[in-house]
Design a protein around this ligand. Structure first.
Ligand SMILES: Cc1ncc(C[n+]2csc(CCOP(=O)(O)OP(=O)(O)O)c2C)c(N)n1
Ligand SMILES: [Mg+2]
Length: 617
């Protein structure tokens, strides 16, 4: 059945005309969400949450509903909406298994600091304890993986509870908030209809989403500079203690910045690491300005990618092991000192002493406690960067910082050498196909605002290394929780958040199995995307390490050359299989031109393992 026939069938179901906004708890929940800029509800149906749908359909304006095939896709899509727009996404899950199916995705949002609100249905209070269908106390399960997990029991309280959930989710350090609403509170009349939400939240585009590189709502207000915020914070917060959030304004304390500036003034081999929270906190422009003013070599991590565009003279991500191994000062901003960043142990290579480490986070509780720090700060990251540039002597521009003499050129040379060394494999004619050839072909076709998403093992590790973003907010990996299955949810969200951008989903063949059924969702909701399956027929990131450890492997094989492209076609999308390197480019072009959810199933060499120094375990 084609899209238009399907719409006809739907129309025959005669959905009610918007205009008469109901007065139940569900309608108030929807109106509150809309007031926080929500444009899409991601969900999978269940009777406990019907009033939320009724509120969406009859809302003023109606709220778009994207109904998916697995609750984890709904939550991943809402999480990705938060990560791309920097304004909380919304997932609605039915009671019991609907909520528990969302747990891995909620945990992923928790690890990613992604602004997200999940509203759950809940068995009725009046029968609680008698064993109604799907009666389970969700907040008890979700407390450890959310900023707050709570229940609303009164119809009249639903609007305010949803309002509080959004406010909390969108405040640094951002993260998921879970709210369930008992059946009678959600269905029950509140006695009043919700006020119409403002039609366009300030700072959002016509689609309601934030364009890449654009300041998100709730970040720097028009006419207010980040430096102004820092100054305002000083006036309001006084001498905030180093490492503490200033009350109210969330501005980094000036003494902390001054201390870090002093460390920088004494450094010879500094490195600045930019992580996801720099983007999520609306600090991308300030970070770039500070890095450029101070001529600091930069390594990008997670959603910090693209803050300095690929090819920028200060971007030395490809010289990472020299940079972090020989630095004397590493300033890590907006990302934890976790396994992805060697737990914060830097320097000590080639006869250098251990490096001093500075950790700057968007909230005091995020500052690392597992290692000694030479400095730390917390709060508004744009204000931090503006403050650092302002108080560092080099900022005056009197003399170029000393590290521009030999340290920076050395890292630039190392980065250039690493990039040059890739060239043969990026254009490899080997058969079976070398996974790097796929990235060589893809890089040529990507627009500067393309959203690239990775879901898989080795196949995605290659992408992380060889694809460098041109703009911030255009790269989505699963983050430190490392959960397979984010793929279709993230891609669906990206297509909605960035209607005119290319959306490219890189899928390992193992990862594909978690979410491929949601190609059906992309088809039903007309969400074109390019899916590239790196099909090596194995769980590569497990098979090769197990071989190394035990000399054999088990539970690591998948069907060789499985036709995942036909799965996409069977679900109403399109696709093709590619077995020789010369076919990759033309197949990718067909995928971009198709205007459909299109899966290019590329059979790659299972013998090739990504050259990694650690599996993170
Ligand atoms: C939900 C979940 N289950 C299991 C894992 C462990 N795991 C990490 S990578 C990986 C293999 C991924 O295989 P595939 O997607 O085919 O990519 P490849 O490594 O083969 O390129 C597995 C099973 C995980 N990270 N998440
Ligand atoms: Mg695989």
């Amino acid at each position: 059945m084609g899209g238009s026939e399907r719409d006809d069938v739907r129309a025959s179901g005669a959905p009610p005309e918007p205009g008469q906004v109901p007065d139940h708890g569900g309608a108030h929940a929807v109106a509150s969400a809309q007031r926080h800029g929500v444009q899409t509800m991601f969900t999978l149906s269940g009777g406990h949450v019907f009033p939320l749908y009724d509120g969406a359909v009859k809302g003023d304006p109606p709220l778009r509903i994207v109904d998916v095939r697995h609750e984890q896709t709904a939550v991943f899509a809402a999480e990705a909406t938060g990560r791309l727009t920097r304004s909380p996404g919304l997932a609605v899950l039915t009671a019991g298994p609907g909520v528990t199916n969302g747990v891995s995705a909620i945990t992923t949002a928790h690890f990613n600091g992604a602004p997200l609100v999940v509203i759950g249905g809940r068995a009725p209070d009046y029968r609680w304890g008698a064993g109604s269908l799907q009666e389970i106390d969700h907040p008890v399960l979700l407390g450890a993986i959310t900023k707050r997990a709570f229940t609303e029991h009164q119809s009249s309280g639903v609007g305010a509870a949803v309002d509080a959930a959004f406010a909390l989710a969108g405040t640094r350090h951002r993260g998921p908030v879970f709210l369930d609403v008992s059946l009678e509170a959600l269905f029950g009349s509140t006695g009043s209809r919700p006020a119409a939400p403002a039609r366009a939240a300030a700072g959002q585009t016509a689609t309601g989403q934030t364009a890449p590189g654009q300041t998100a709502p709730g970040q720097t207000a028009p006419g207010q500079t980040a430096a102004g915020r820092a100054a305002g914070g000083q006036a309001a917060g006084g001498q905030a203690a180093a490492g503490a959030d200033a009350p109210g304004g969330g501005v980094t304390g000036p003494e902390a910045v001054a201390q870090i500036a002093r460390l920088l003034a004494q450094a010879s081999r500094p490195v600045l690491v930019l992580g996801s929270d720099v983007w999520l906190d609306g600090a991308a422009d300030a970070a770039r300005a500070a890095a450029e003013q101070l001529a600091l070599p930069v390594i990008a991590n997670g959603q910090g990618r693209g803050i300095l565009p690929a090819g920028h003279e200060l971007l030395v991500s490809r010289a990472r092991s020299v940079a972090l191994g020989e630095a004397d000062l590493v300033i890590v901003v907006g990302t934890p000192l976790d396994f992805r960043l060697g737990y914060g142990d830097y320097g000590g290579k080639n006869g250098t002493p251990p490096a001093l480490v500075v950790h700057v986070a968007d909230a005091a509780e995020r500052v690392a406690r597992h290692r000694e720090l030479a400095g730390h700060a917390a709060g508004d990251l744009a204000a931090f960067f503006a403050g650092l540039a302002a108080v560092t002597p080099e900022a005056a521009g009197a003399a170029p910082p000393r590290w521009t003499e030999s340290w920076l050129p050395r890292l630039q040379a190392a980065a250039r050498a690493a990039i040059a060394a890739d060239t043969p494999l990026l254009s490899s004619d080997a058969e079976p196909i070398h996974p790097m050839r796929i990235y060589g072909e893809l890089a040529r076709l990507l627009d500067s605002d393309a959203v690239v998403i990775g879901d898989g093992g080795d196949f995605v590790s290659y992408a992380g290394k060889y694809l460098e973003a041109q703009r911030p907010g255009c790269w989505l990996d699963p983050g430190p929780y490392g959960c397979l299955g984010t793929g279709l949810g993230y891609a669906i969200a990206a297509r909605i958040a960035r209607p005119s951008a290319q959306v490219v989903l890189l899928l390992g063949d193992g990862a594909a199995g978690f979410s491929l059924m949601d190609v059906d969702t992309a088809v039903r909701h007309r969400l074109p995307m390019v899916m590239i399956c790196g099909n090596n027929g194995i769980w590569g990131l497990e098979k090769h390490p197990m071989q190394q450890l035990y000399g054999y492997d088990v539970a690591a094989d998948l069907q060789p050359s499985c036709r995942y492209d036909r799965v996409a076609s069977a679900l109403g999308g399109a696709g093709e299989i590619v077995t020789v390197p010369g076919q990759i480019g033309p197949a990718l072009r067909r995928a971009f031109d198709s205007g459909a959810p299109y899966l290019v199933n590329i059979i790659t060499d299972p013998e090739i393992a990504y050259p990694r120094s650690t599996t993170g375990v």
